[in-house]
Design a protein around this ligand. Sequence first.
Ligand code: ADP
Length: 597
Amino acid sequence: MQILVLNAGSSSLKVDLLDSHSGERTAALRAERLCTPQASYRVDGLSIDLAGADHAAVLQAALPALTAHPIQAVGHRVVHGGPDFSRPTLLDTVVVSSIAALESLAPLHIPANLAGIRAAMELLPELPHIAVFDTAFHSTLPRRARSYAIPQALGYRRFGFHGPSHQYVSQLAAKHLDEDPRDLRIITCHLGNGASITAVEYGRSVETSMGHTPLEGLVMGSRSGDVDPGILMDMLRSGKSIDEVDTILNRGSGLAGLSGVGKDLRDIEDRAADGDEACRLAIQVLTHRLRKYIGAYAAVMGGVDAIVFTAGIGENSALVRHRVCQRLDFLGARFDEDKNRDAQVSRTTPVVELHRSNSRVRILVAKTDEARAIAGAVAKVASGGETLAENPPIPIGISARHIHLTQQAVETLFGPGYTLTERAPLSQPGQFACNETLTVVGLKRNIEKVRVLGPIRPKCQVEVSRTDEFFLGIDAPVRASGDVTNTPGITLKGPAGKLTLKEGLICAWRHIHMTPADAERYGVKHGDTVDVAINSKGRDLTFGDVMIRVKDSYALEMHIDTDEANAAQISRGDVGALVSSGQGGTLLRRRTNFDPA
Ligand code: ADP
């Protein structure tokens, strides 16, 4: 699909017309210094002055050059989606006003984004316009990562930014490594003028350095990143105005503030090489903080499989990568200095390796392409109508805490030669609830009479809800059934003995079982994540991030755990409907097609 992607900044506008699949550009427009007498734009190799022009004026003037080619949809980068926009969303007047209501979260960016949206919607009214939010990829941050330790009633939380880039380069890295993103723990370092780092655990953002606003975290071009909030209070108390403090932290800090020579790292590197102490300190603070975050994010994920550098600094500064990656051997990351020196990414070679052949952790440079990431998300939404043409309701099953055992474990817990006995069949053919139950032994308390499910499995696994985790005092990750690598251990107590598992405690990833024929009908495949709308007790709810599991022997059913069922007041007999397919793509308004009756 040919997608027109708009990225409207406060005084700039970038427009790319590109193929969502190949990423190939058909046309590009770059406008600068908008709303000033020096306003100008470049398109088709021509540079044109348009004194005083705003976003609308530039678009209007340049549109004939851009729309000489057929366009199927328009994508708009929107910096902040607030708590509600966690997916790319089709724009209409209601959605546009909802975005306008988020202005206080990003006072510089949102008005600019809206100026681009309004101008393009007016000039191209016949095309679907889809907003892609910087914050959306981070909507999977667990509560513990998105919460500040301040009273929750104040309403502040962490959102994270640069989502399309983190998602795009993590997928690019997985593709390069010939692995599924859902099998990898990746740390992505987006180091441009704005900089952020994200822990992408099995395809989902679980921690990121930017917070409520894009000011938190790494050292950036002119933004401070992390500072003690006590400093702000001190500056205010010592007589600085709020605007002055804002200017210091957003425009006068980071590389610019430390070096005193501006925010361009190329200049800072040159001067540091000539002995400039302030420039040396700027590089040291930037790289030290990045190293600190990499160590922290490896700890958050219980390990790391790949570290990816991207954006202007990440793609180009061998010095920064060198300072960040030396002595990471303790993590299993062995850095190759020669490869680093020679690394050069381009559109044709978007990924280059920096690790030695014996490094367990892969270290990569990847060329980010935010317009392409946005075009990909837009194409998925724009084509959603076809994939979900047939959308029969899906029965919902509520899955209580339960245990899967190996034969060896059965014998340890119930006695030598013991075999499990069937109490009742389950909805999935061949699976059954057993008469046997066990005690799950936690750090704080135990849970008695947890049902064992048959048949026996190649690995032991204990599936509990979040509430159970707190009761037990053990933190379990959200995982697909069977994926127990790197999960916490747990002790089980049976009539004949105790068994301590080294790993196996999980909180089950909500999922839908289906046959290959079902998958074809819904236009999804094994491992996809989808949204499911459920109309329960008159409440219209959407469950995001539902994993598709496909097998010949499966019966169509969505499984959620008891916490989710309780929260959503779902009971036996309720049904759901797919509202989006594929990672990241969505069309929430399709919900209106859904009638559970
Ligand atoms: P933005 O966030 O504005 O898109 P970019 O991703 O273009 O920013 O990154 C800009 C940063 O990349 C600048 O600090 C620039 O100095 C740095 N950069 C670009 N090329 C190099 C290079 N060859 N060596 C060091 N830094 C570079």
